[in-house]
Design a protein around this ligand. Sequence first.
Ligand SMILES: Nc1ncnc2c1ncn2[C@@H]1O[C@H](COP(=O)(O)OP(=O)(O)OP(=O)(O)O)[C@@H](O)[C@H]1O
Length: 604
Amino acid sequence: MASKTISQANAKSQTEVPGSTKVEPNSSKSSQILKPSKLDCSTVKKVVEINQNVSKFAVNGLKKDNKSDHHQKESFDNSTDKVPTEVTIPSETSVKIPSESQKQSSEQVDSAENRATAGNGNGDQAKKSEQNGNESFVSTKFSDETSSATADFVESGKSSMCRPSTNSDVSDESSCSSLGSSITKPHKSNDSRAEAIRKIRTKDGVLGLSHFRLLKKLGCGDIGSVYLSELSGTKSYFAMKVMDKGLLASRKKLLRAQTEREILQCLDHPFLPTLYTHFETDKFSCLVMEFCPGGDLHTLRQRQPGKHFSEQAVKFYVAEILLALEYLHMLGIIYRDLKPENVLVREDGHIMLSDFDLSLRCAVNPTLIKSSNPDPESARRNNTAYCIQPACIEPSCIQPSCVAPTTCFGPRFFSKSKSKERKAKSEIGNQVNPLPELIAEPTDARSMSFVGTHEYLAPEIIKGEGHGSAVDWWTFGIFMYELLFGKTPFKGSGNRATLFNVVGQPLRFPESPTVSFAARDLIRGLLVKEPQHRLGYKRGASEIKLHPFFEGVNWALIRCASPPEIPKSFDTERLTKPAVSAREKATSTVNQKGSDNYLEFDFF
Ligand SMILES: Nc1ncnc2c1ncn2[C@@H]1O[C@H](COP(=O)(O)OP(=O)(O)OP(=O)(O)O)[C@@H](O)[C@H]1O
């Protein structure tokens, strides 16, 4: 059974679905027009860097939830519905836009289901065409991560994979962006792969497909194929996503490809992909990214005893995902497609969240929640300084990090004389007191698009009520549930039943495996059907980090923590041996002809 990627503008509906909790109409949610971002990428990066340097150990009291556990054993289905099937180009179908007058739950889910399966509807295209003016693709011969190609793009829905994402998205999302500007990736400046690319570029002037050897097809997505590639003669390996520009244009997916590229260009975070370079040929658009040899978390989960991870492992993976989502939110990106299939495992066992073509870009408007300065005039004067602070810089977040027994902080705060210690304490006090509490995540952003993966779709997306960054906290809850229990909580016998369950069925936990109260409590907080009552709705990731499930997590140093599993070393040598001469022959033959259509050969 395959769920589909949906993409379409939703009409606002306030119909109550039987079995679900009624959601009060919220005027701010209906169709907020996103304003241009007030922060550019580099500013937000500073915010994130500051944030990453702040350990947060504070644990507030356990969030009380009066709901009792409903232990109900559900059938355990690890069947083939997630195994990717061959990619097919979906035919264009018309999109059914739900009527304002819908009154029945079945109609609501019907509508959602239709939207889910419509995928590439003409409605999308019409709207996209309207938005974009024309559909021509302006080919740029070469660009790298510090520049972006100019092009007019149109997109449409995605389909074709088992449990694929749903996308019926349109216009409201890319109206503003903080991602267009060129940025550098300071965390990658010493990366040997970046260095190898720099060398070739210095030597040859440009970098293109001919500089790479495609060794193995790693997988196939809706908008392109991903190949393990070597920058010839350098032993530097990359994952290269190759997209056929003609196909993208004919399937109206240029906008999605552009969105993904622009987002990748902006990222510089340990748990997000590094885009080393990007170039185009006449026929292909290529993204050269970091290669993750460990496969994806879905595959890894299938290999676990009982097909679920231990709670310790889950804590590790979800903590890293939480940091990745927090970073994305601070950049004004709502991810929208979290699922184990999109979480790849790096060589060192840490994770990398991939696949950004369904992401929503929106305004980042840091909001001062609580000023530390009672004088409003002074607060106003200092406002610019406040704006570069990330969410939840509170005394309780900072203080405990100073007493954490880490090698970073230990000597500084524990090895001093009493007077120095006092001075250190007063310095800490000075750091803490002036800091206001503010939120930089786009908690107010709203999109009316219908995107995601059926089992992971948030109720507000299904109901077409408009959604914001809280959808990522819903999917985060489903993700955590699936890693712990080996299945998602609302899966039905088909996509339609799944959508019904998401909207109307209460959350239940299986009797086994046994998981802690804290884990279940966190999931309950995240899987609240009304987004405004969901954990993370008000203060983003910082609110979730404080949950007792994460007690003891050293957020700032998690990248140094030992992962639950380290992938076997990837034998790239083997890949470059016997069969490669034929591949090389084919490649070089075609390259000599000055064409890049060698990718049409079935090498693998
Ligand atoms: N950096 C990477 N390292 C290793 N494998 C990768 C990498 N990026 C992608 N892959 C593999 O290639 C496959 C296709 O990836 P891609 O991002 O194109 O599509 P997708 O994740 O299936 O989703 P979509 O259809 O939304 O684009 C993935 O399923 C994954 O197995």
